[in-house]
Design a protein. Structure first.
Length: 727
């Protein structure tokens, strides 16, 4: 974080903050301490005797040399008329009991009142024994009320122990490497620097139990308890997808935690349009702390005017999202802040906090995208795809969740947007009880003018729309998918370097940069009261025909899916590409396109009447005109072969196809330029009434300068059914 704040430069005088000097502290540097703040030294005492020992008036022994580090001479030594106690205050432990053969830690404190160099020399104490030692072995010696349980002897001896500790082994020169030499130990020589700000952080209504993916709004109070203004507050965490303070333009309302108890964590509006895209908005990733070259682990805290004055506190909203995996999670926070005034010795301070969150199962999402057979949608918006979303309730009854409601599905992309939901039933409200699955089919269209901003499209299934491009929905989306986006960009850059342009264009035909956000509400019964919880799950769709999951870990699949579901996945592993999904990061990608990528070179569409009436009594053959449209989805020239011969695998299939045949040529050859759309007039012949599937033509494609043909599979995604009636 220090390097990031200083534009990638690590300061020469940087050293980690040490709040307690002990055996684990860095012994190669002079520790830094702040004037008017305690210095804590942890010392181990061991009693080798068979009788308890009582140390009284235990304190540190020290030597101090005052210095002014702000002077022009950089550390000028000055003479002070004040006595030592006014410069350094020492904590005195009145009684410290050590049982027989016990090793016990004592934390001793010094309170500096002046800048300078402090040298901790040792400890001083009065050593005595106690009477009535038979019952002391089981006592907690950390309790300061032992005075009533024993009587010390009247005789004590004044003692002193010098703290002589071994420094780090020197290993810089050849002589030091061949011999055993140790340098000085600096742990007990702290430098007292100028006054620095001191920050305290309080978490208000912070939960300990969350559902996986649940969004909860809480508040954090920042208080400056020092006499110096502080600025540049940042929070660092290895789990940045767990929390957010909102975007730079987030509305801080409601202002108090009590006013927001029963409010939605999202920004919502009332809408009357369901199952269709009711709002399209855009957002820039940098607004949510995610951009090229940024580190989402470092989050700016949006303080008013970026400054917190002495004695002032401010409450800021913070949204939490339950981790996708169930279990107990430790979330580490490191708060970084600076003083307004620049100091020569210390430039920043940190404050650490660890939160423990227990998450339970909620939903799992599985999504796949396919190209639609239609070359253009009914609104003339160009290329379109079908997005299938499977949502399963995997929550256990222990969490008290009654049911989940899928309230909205949103998309995020620079090139695609959701247009509408293709309802399989008239019930617009999607409810999922325990172990129930819901299936959604949505239509996505290509954006007319792709821009650098991300386009958010919301398909609502109720009367309340969540603005997905605002906090906290967009924050958690960008944060949770940041690592995935980086991995995709790295793979694309490696492909660009190892492939020629034509091959790269073929591979791009199968790539999709469409991301899905499933927003839900959970109805929980707790203490005879019904609570409404909110949450969201994310799915990143990278390729056509490849399944994507909200929890893309192999170990997570068997955990969250039933046995039958997992067996189905294993059987379909060739189709959905689980081997590619779990491929190690450093696996090299083939420079030659795969069969699946070749199959997406050509997009086909059959245009024909859905029903056709024919008088078989007058004419035994029914001929129906059919138009086959072919579209080249790449920037390279492609040779195409259309084979109209029925592909038969059994005598039964041959009999079925015998009732319908294509007239004219059995094979066509043509070449499609980049993004060219070509039409082919065909004739289908029927001998009797029935329902027929016209999607039998086999399409083969190859690059114009290559030899190997690959069969496309686009025409088999949706049956092309026609009904032949007799009149």
């Amino acid at each position: 974080v220090v390097s990031t704040v200083n534009r990638g430069i690590t300061l020469s005088n940087f050293q980690p903050t040490q709040y307690c000097l002990n055996r684990y502290s860095d012994n190669s540097r002079f520790p830094l301490a702040i004037i008017e703040e305690p210095i804590t030294v942890e010392v181990a005492f061991r009693n080798p005797l068979k009788v308890p020992l009582l140390l009284s008036d235990l304190s540190l022994l020290w030597k101090f040399q005052p210095k002014d580090f702000n002077s022009k001479n950089n550390g000028e030594t000055k003479e002070f008329e004040t006595c030592g106690k006014d410069m350094i205050g020492a904590e005195v432990i009145s009684e410290f009991l050590i049982n027989s053969e016990e090793t016990k830690m004592a934390r001793l404190k010094l309170f500096p009142h002046q800048t300078g160099e402090l040298h901790i020399l040792g400890v001083v104490y009065n050593l005595g024994t106690i009477q009535g030692t038979t019952m002391l072995d089981g006592l907690d010696s950390s309790i300061g009320l032992l005075r009533e349980k024993y009587n010390s002897t009247e005789m004590s001896v004044r003692g002193r122990q010098d703290l002589e500790i071994q420094g780090p082994r020197l290993n810089g020169t050849k002589e030091e490497k061949t011999s055993i030499k140790y340098g000085p130990d600096r742990r007990l020589d702290p430098i007292i620097t100028e006054e620095m700000p001191l920050l305290e952080v309080f978490f208000i209504n912070f939960p300990t139990l969350l559902l996986c993916g649940e969004i909860r709004k809480t508040y954090v109070e920042f208080m400056n308890v020092s006499k110096c203004p502080l600025t540049g507050v940042k929070v660092v965490s290895k789990q940045p997808e767990f929390f957010t303070f909102g975007s730079k333009d987030a509305v801080l309302s409601p202002l108090s935690p009590t006013a927001s108890e029963h409010c939605s964590a999202y920004k919502t509006v009332v809408t009357h349009s369901t199952s269709v895209c009711s709002l399209i908005s855009s957002a820039v990733a940098s607004e949510f702390g995610v951009e090229t070259g940024s580190q989402p682990e470092i989050i700016d805290v949006p303080l008013p005017d970026s400054v917190l004055l002495p004695g002032v506190s401010v409450q800021l909203p913070m949204w939490l999202r339950g981790p996708d995996e169930e279990g107990v999670h430790e979330i580490n926070f490191l708060f970084y802040y600076e003083s307004i005034r620049k100091h020569s010795k210390m430039c920043h301070r940190v404050l650490r906090h660890t939160a423990v969150i227990c998450t339970s199962r909620s939903l799992t999402v599985r999504s796949t995208v396919y190209r639609s057979n239609a070359l253009e949608d009914e609104k003339g918006e160009g290329d379109n795809m079908l997005v299938f979303v499977d949502v399963e309730n995997i929550n256990t009854s222990e969490a008290g969740v009654k049911e989940f409601h899928i309230v909205q599905v949103s998309s995020n992309s620079k090139n695609w947007k959701l247009q509408k939901s293709i309802n399989f039933s008239e019930d617009k409200d999607i409810k999922l009880a325990n172990r129930e699955k819901g299936k959604l089919c949505l239509k996505a269209v290509r954006c007319k003018h792709p821009v650098e901003n991300y386009t958010f499209a919301d398909v609502v299934f109720g009367n309340e729309q969540i603005i997905s491009s605002t906090s906290p929905c967009a924050d958690f989306f960008f944060r949770s998918l940041y690592s995935n986006l980086k991995r995709i960009q790295a793979q694309q850059s490696s492909l660009q370097g190892s492939c020629d342009n034509a091959v790269r264009q073929i591979q791009k035909c199968s790539e999709v940069d469409l991301n899905i956000i499933v927003l839900w509400k959970a109805y929980v019964v707790e203490d005879n009261k019904q609570l409404i919880l909110e949450g969201q799950h994310h799915v990143c769709l990278n390729a056509v025909g490849k399944d994507a999951f909200s929890l893309p870990q192999k170990q997570g699949f068997k955990k969250i899916l039933g046995n039958s579901d997992w067996e189905d996945l294993e059987q379909e592993s060739t189709e959905i590409g689980l081997s590619n999904l779990f491929r190690p990061e450093n696996t090299t990608v083939s420079s030659r396109p795969s069969v699946e990528q070749f199959s997406n070179l050509i997009k086909t569409s059959l245009h024909y009447p859905e029903t056709f009436n024919h008088s078989f009594n007058q004419k035994s053959l029914c001929i129906v005109p059919v138009t086959l449209l072919l579209s080249n989805c790449s920037e390279a020239d492609v040779d195409v072969i259309i084979d109209l011969r029925h592909k038969t695998t059994s005598p039964e299939a041959l009999e079925i196809h015998g009732s319908f045949t294509w007239l004219g040529q059995t094979q066509y050859k043509l070449q499609l330029k980049a993004y060219e759309v070509s039409s082919l007039q065909l004739k289908a012949c029927f001998v009797h009434t029935g329902v027929y599937n016209l999607g039998t033509p086999r399409i083969f494609a190859k690059l114009s300068h290559q030899v190997t043909l690959f069969e496309t599979s686009q025409q088999n995604s949706v049956p092309a059914l026609i009904i032949i009636n007799s009149i």
